[in-house]
Design a binder for this molecule. Structure first.
Ligand SMILES: Cc1ncc(COP(=O)(O)O)c(C=O)c1O
Length: 404
């Protein structure tokens, strides 16, 4: 029988999966191209050719032992390659010791949280957040502390400061953000670093900053990615190639401990132990070998920028309240009716599938993923206008209704 806690979780509704299932039902009924399933961040772009060529070359190699178990941290030369690259980017003395290859950012976050958390330790996450954070933190006995952000989804320092307490083990941030597309500025990250430094004074263990960065290569207009690791010494970087290379099914990423991180040597050992204890063992060997071969070649993000522009302008015309995404590939408009769950269910009648904001800790919004063909985004505009305008008309009607 399924464990009680899992039953509860399933009943509470993993919204992303539920909406995905609804999308699949609609696709089975009407055909996939007749359904605007914008529920998942599963890119339809193909990985760069260099990725496929590198994989083919490695698979064709006659060298023996390429597919065996290895050190849980991953291949030494791949770790050294990443350490060298990070050292140059951030002027920090990374060595291969600081790098652990992991099973996507999800795997990376889990080994980090396993390594850090004592039962009851709090992890602060900023709303809106990637919904799996709640599960990842609970997996390792941690307590989730959700903190609101500003109206444009930037860090609210007063709210954050009020949430930090003796139990805070770590603050987990994600910029560019899923689902809002918010990107944190260097100046805000400096302020964040200063705040964590101040709040860590006098503690035996400082508050760690975990930065989850799978979208760091997906930025629009003039937006720049400010690397949090530069602004706070006890930073743990977690990232993956899922989005930058459009290979989320291949499960490859890495954890980088800042060389200045408290208890760094012990953490290195703890990450390897966690990798084994959680059953990941090591990141996929073939994928690890591809990393240094393809270097800095990523997917062309021009289609994402186009999709972002189209949706943003459309919502502007419709008068829908929405923060302009600066990165990642999601848009997070405010819903015209307060109940985002009802709104997302109603949208199904227009064959539109999106995820209610409550899954991300911010109700009254929906997340629309736009990592799809522009042609599909364009075809969805009429349906989007129908649901957003129809919801607004109903809201107005309600406001006009005479109070009895
Ligand atoms: C913010 C964020 N963190 C982590 C992940 C997990 O990424 P991965 O597929 O690399 O495990 C995702 C996936 O969508 C994400 O959006």
């Amino acid at each position: 029988m399924v464990a009680k806690i899992i039953k509860t979780k399933l009943e509470e509704g993993a919204w992303i999966r539920q909406m995905f299932t609804e999308g699949q039902k609609l696709s089975a009924k009407f055909g996939a191209d007749q359904v605007f399933d914008f529920s998942l961040g599963n890119p339809t772009l193909e990985p760069p050719l260099a990725f496929k060529n590198a994989a083919l070359k490695i698979l064709a190699s006659e060298e023996s032992g390429l597919h065996r178990y290895m050190d849980a941290h991953g291949l030494r030369d791949v770790r050294a390659y990443l350490a060298e690259k990070l050292s140059q980017e951030h002027q920090l003395p990374f060595t291969f010791h600081h790098i652990t290859l992991c099973v996507g950012a999800g795997g990376g976050l889990n080994i980090v949280l396993k390594a850090l958390l004592n039962p009851g330790d709090e992890v602060v996450i900023l709303q809106p957040f990637f919904p799996e954070y709640r599960n990842y933190i609970a997996n390792h006995g941690g307590v989730v502390r959700e903190v609101a952000t500003t109206r444009d989804f930037q860090i609210d320092f007063a709210a954050l400061e009020a949430a930090l307490c003796a139990e805070t083990c770590a603050v987990l941030i994600n910029s560019p953000n899923n689902p809002s597309g918010a990107v944190y500025s260097a100046s805000d990250l400096r302020t964040l670093g200063d705040l964590l430094f101040k709040k860590s004074l006098g503690r035996q263990t400082p508050i760690y900053l975990i930065t989850d960065e799978p979208y760091s290569k997906i930025l629009f207009d003039e937006a720049l990615f400010a690397p949090p690791i530069r602004y706070y010494e006890h930073t743990i970087l977690v990232t993956s190639y899922s989005k930058a290379l459009a290979i989320p099914g291949e499960r490859i990423g890495y954890v980088a401990l800042s060389p200045t991180c408290h208890d760094c040597a012990d953490l290195v050992q703890a990450l390897s132990w966690s990798q084994l204890a959680l059953g990941f063992v090591n990141a996929p060997a073939l994928m690890q070998r591809i990393i240094p071969v393809i270097g800095d070649q990523y997917v062309d993000i021009a289609p994402y920028q186009r999709n972002r522009d189209i949706l943003w302008e459309h919502f502007q015309k419709l008068g829908v309240e929405c923060v302009k995404p600066q990165g990642a590939f999601y848009i997070f408009p405010r819903t015209p009716i307060a109940d985002d769950g009802v709104f997302a269910c109603e949208a199904l009648s227009e064959r539109l599938v999106f995820v209610p904001g409550r899954a991300f800790g911010v109700p009254n919004h929906v997340r629309i993923s736009f990592c799809f063909e522009t042609e599909k985004i364009l075809r969805s505009l009429k349906a989007l206008a129908n649901v957003f305008q129809c919801g607004r008309e109903r809201k107005l009607q309600r406001a006009d209704a005479p109070s009895l």
